[in-house]
Ligand binder design. Sequence first.
Ligand SMILES: [Zn+2]
Length: 349
Amino acid sequence: MATVTVTAKLHNSSLSRRKEWQHATRLYRDTKQFCIDGWENSDFDKSVTTASIDNDLYSAIQNQAIREAKSDHSKDGEVRYRESQPFAVNNQNWELDMTENGTVIVGFPCVSQWWYTPIEVYADIANEVHRLVDGDVDKTRLQVYRRGDDWFCTFNIEYDADTSGETPIGVDIGERHILAVTASGEDESMLVSGGEAKYVRRKYRSLRDTLSEAGALRARNRVGDKEQCRIKDLNHKLSRRLITFAEQFESPVIRIEDLEGIRVNSSWSGVHSWHFHQLQQFITYKAERAGIRVETVDAYQTSQRCSECGSIGTRDGDHFSCSECGRGRHSDLNASENIAQREGEPCTA
Ligand SMILES: [Zn+2]
């Protein structure tokens, strides 16, 4: 989601308009101050509504004043408002429209009525304003304020971000290589052997088997706890390495197989699937903390298909070859490249 701020001058406003906007500015300030003072003195609680606000502002504006006061109070506690601050209305209670001759009009409620006023649209905001008039983008709250003798309005426009500057990072999780990672279009990849995880699993399995045979059940369960700790450490380490790898690229987006795909594509099913689930969770929250988006993709045939041309190729151990385009590559990196190229969904792990 990208945000653009638009500020425009309200055009040719009559004296009666300007008087009413000035009046609204004062009432808006009073409403916010009334809330802050009330909360500070415990006169009422945070559930205060417009029913408690005794002035002539439209309730949509009163509501916005209460919301802003609440937010300021939770951040800064006792606040003193000045009268030069804007009054505002939430996104649903104002509109932007265009007349037949191309004049852009902003409409918002105030004290006595809704006011519709032309705004000056210069080249730097024309694109955004027209997209909003066409209904292609979303708008945020509207703020109205005075500077000198002129009145202005300002608001944000939100639209789906251009993703062309992003670097998709495809992550394949498997048994031989627990992480195979490719940064799409960057010629950079990372392979992490699954040897350590395999060693941990094997060691504790044989310990458990020995203890089971000896009937030492409590000792056997302790072994299970130890294995979980070792795997958890390993998952922390692996997810950190992945985030560090991703951070070297421009606007990285991590794409990872959905859990179902991890189960199908690896022989680590059943008892060991929690290892993968945990690894996926660690990757997701560490990425979030680093400001990196994580998406899950449908992993159908990501190991079988050539990442270059999409044909079904041949896999021989670690090597993947495509008879269609002649490409040969490490099989897990081929899979991670396919994952990087797929459309992702927001990850909910
Ligand atoms: Zn190919």
